[in-house]
Every structure is written in C-alpha cells, then in structure tokens.
Design a protein around this ligand. Structure first.
Ligand code: BTN
Length: 244
C-alpha cells in the first residue's frame, strides 16, 4: 500500500474529506490527515474531540478486494498496527478492547472508525479513520469520559512529531493490509486476540452479560451466555463488569 498522504490544516472530519476523494476516484491507500478537526466523529454516533495540532486524525481510503464481512476486520487490523507502533515507541501495558479501541493501562489512547460504502453488496471503498492521542496532556481530556484517556506523551514523557507518527501508522497498517490481500484474513483473529484485554472475562453488552470467548473469522465478538449459548456480537458497546 504505497499511497500518498495529504495533510490539511483544518477540516470538519477527515472521514468526510476522504469519502469525497474516494467518490471522485482516489485509489486504494491514499490517506488524509488534519491538524484540526471541527466535527470529528467517533463510533456509535459519538463526537471525537481532539485539541488542535497535538494528535493524529487520519483517514485512509481502502478498496479492499474482500466481502463486506471480511472488510470489517480492517478496523481490527488498524488497532493492531496502532498497538505495534506504540510498543515500538516504548509504551507498555497496551491492550485491545473489542472491536478496535487501543488502551494503555485501562485508558483509551486510540479509537478507530471504519465506514464502508457498498455497491451491490460488495465494498466499493472503506474509510478507515484513526484517532491517536499523541502529545495531549491530562488537561486536554474531558474528565467525564466513559473511558479515561491517555496519550503517547503521557505514557512516555516524549513529544512526537504527529506527521511522522501518522506515516509510521500508515506504513505498519499497509504491511498488514497487503498481507491480508495476499494470504487472506485468517491471521487477523488470532493476532488480535493476543492483545485482547478481556478474554474469558464477564462482558456486558446492551443489557446482557456473557463470557468473552474470542472473535470469529469476521471479527464478531463471541459471548457465552448462561446455559452455554454463544451470541455473536457485531455492533455496540462491550464493557467488562460483574457476572450476571
Ligand atoms: C472511536 O473510538 O469512537 C473512534 C474514533 C475515531 C476518530 C478518528 S479521528 C480521524 C477520523 N476522522 C473522524 O472524524 N473520526 C476518525
């Protein structure tokens, strides 16, 4: 994936800019990054707030030659690339929360938003959005977040160049993406599970509770309910909590 990286000063959401470019024919692998987003979006209709100039706000245009069910795995793959990049920069205690949040010591450092455009039940393009807290300080994060936040700076006491971090993420994600295109997506679930924080723990999902068994070949979370029934979770919020 040797796409170009376009850096803009300010945009509503890099997701929207990347989608417009994809609709105009931009090829697989082009990425856009903004120093400031005024309408950053998170998963589940949430807002993604990020102080200007301090964090990576990046969207990558993908045209994955995969069925929509497999393309879902690209978000998980991006969380793996972020985790690898952080580890390389000396961060320890990194773990993943389904589907694709990256946490350090229980605090969220990165989130991924994957938005697909389908035509005739196949993926025309997918916009993979990565928000990574790089140089943020404690005071940059609202105190009422559902999951407390952290940043690369707070983990390492080292300031990083956000464009370099973005290029590193693109390169790491690109190698994993090329591997998935060549050999298929079979390697993703076991690799993702190695960094998963909640294996065999009680997890709450939309008012129900079950034990986290793992993910299936399409990235769906497998929750074992009372009585042994296994539920496939494909969306929503999943948090650890007390047993039923
Ligand atoms: C989440 O954890 O809810 C996902 C957050 C994704 C944020 C990134 S920042 C770059 C891209 N542009 C957006 O508007 N959102 C994603």
């Amino acid at each position: 994936m040797a796409g170009r990286l376009i850096v803009v000063e300010e945009v509503g959401s890099t997701q929207d800019l990347a989608r417009d470019m994809a609709m105009a024919g931009e090829p697989d692998g082009t990425a856009v990054m903004a120093l400031r987003q005024t309408r950053g979006r998170g998963r589940l209709g949430r807002t993604w707030i990020s102080p200007p100039g301090r964090n990576v706000a990046l969207s990558i245009i993908l045209r994955p030659p995969m069925a929509p069910e497999e393309a879902t795995l690209m978000g998980l793959l991006a969380s793996m690339a972020v985790a690898d990049a952080l580890e390389e920069r000396g961060v320890s205690g990194i773990g993943l929360r389904w589907p694709n949040d990256v946490l350090v010591g229980g605090k969220k450092i990165a989130g991924i938003l994957s938005e697909a455009t389908l035509v005739d039940r196949s993926v025309e393009f997918l916009i993979l959005g990565i928000g990574l807290n790089v140089n943020g300080r404690e005071s940059d994060f609202p105190s009422d977040l559902m999951t407390p936040a952290t940043s690369l700076y707070l983990c390492t006491a080292v300031e990083s160049n956000i464009e370099q971090v973005a290029r590193d993420l693109i390169q790491r994600f690109g190698s994993l993406y090329e591997r998935a295109k060549v050999e298929g997506c079979g390697f993703i679930p076991p690799a993702w599970e190695r960094r998963w924080l909640h294996k065999n723990m009680w997890l709450h999902h939309e008012g129900t509770v079950g034990i986290g068994l793992g993910i299936d070949a399409q990235g769906a979370l497998l929750l074992e309910k009372d009585g042994g029934h296994v539920e496939r979770v494909t969306s929503g919020e999943v948090v650890p909590g007390p047993a039923a």
